[in-house]
Design a protein around this ligand. Structure first.
Ligand SMILES: CC(C)(COP(=O)(O)OP(=O)(O)OC[C@H]1O[C@@H](n2cnc3c(N)ncnc32)[C@H](O)[C@@H]1OP(=O)(O)O)[C@@H](O)C(=O)NCCC(=O)NCCS
Length: 151
């Protein structure tokens, strides 16, 4: 399933390539401006998953001293459940090891089954909840689940 997929550093040019399909094909939370700022940040490292010259996923992590925070992992809607999110997360964990990171943090929406499954697969453990953190258009806001991995 993950044959012929290359994981490499994400560039501003990569972002330009997916700019027009970010909302429709990836995820509405990560807009162009936010991603561009992230790519230009010295503390952040972003990667893309590429198949046949098409970008089918990306993921980013921020390093703060010996701690890291996963900013996002997003796979193109047509390529989910094929192991690409796993490849991207493995790469972020590998990079964390390289940077002598002791702990990797993240937060994920409590309704995000796919995200939680992905992180649990790599032994992230739940260590807190931010009640009502994610604002919904309806009256009930979702909690943020805080997870971390000691490495
Ligand atoms: C979360 C996301 C990155 C997972 O990517 P993916 O390429 O589909 O993940 P994988 O195929 O590597 O699956 C990883 C594990 O999660 C499980 N999983 C993935 N999607 C799932 C779903 N919708 N429901 C239940 N389990 C799911 C898989 O079964 C797999 O476990 P397994 O190997 O033990 O079977 C993808 O769904 C996505 O882009 N979501 C939108 C963005 C997002 O929410 N990102 C996470 C928070 S930043």
């Amino acid at each position: 399933m993950t044959n012929n997929i290359v994981i490499r550093k994400m560039t501003l040019n990569d972002l330009e390539m997916i700019k027009d399909i970010l909302i429709s094909d990836f995820d509405e939370f990560w807009n162009y401006i936010t991603l561009k700022n992230e790519l230009c940040s010295d503390n952040s490292l972003y990667f893309v998953a590429v198949k046949n010259n098409d970008i089918i996923g990306f993921a980013g992590i921020k390093f703060i001293l010996d701690e890291a925070e996963i900013m996002n992992i997003v796979v193109h809607k047509n390529y989910r459940k094929l192991g690409i999110g796993s490849l991207l997360l493995e790469n972020l964990i590998f990079e964390s090891n390289k940077h002598d990171i002791k702990i990797v943090h993240l937060e994920v929406n409590s309704n995000n089954v796919a995200g939680i499954k992905l992180y649990e697969k790599y032994h992230f453990e739940k260590d807190g909840v931010r009640k009502g953190y994610y604002k919904n258009s309806g009256s009930i806001n979702n909690d943020a689940i805080l997870m971390s991995l000691h490495i």
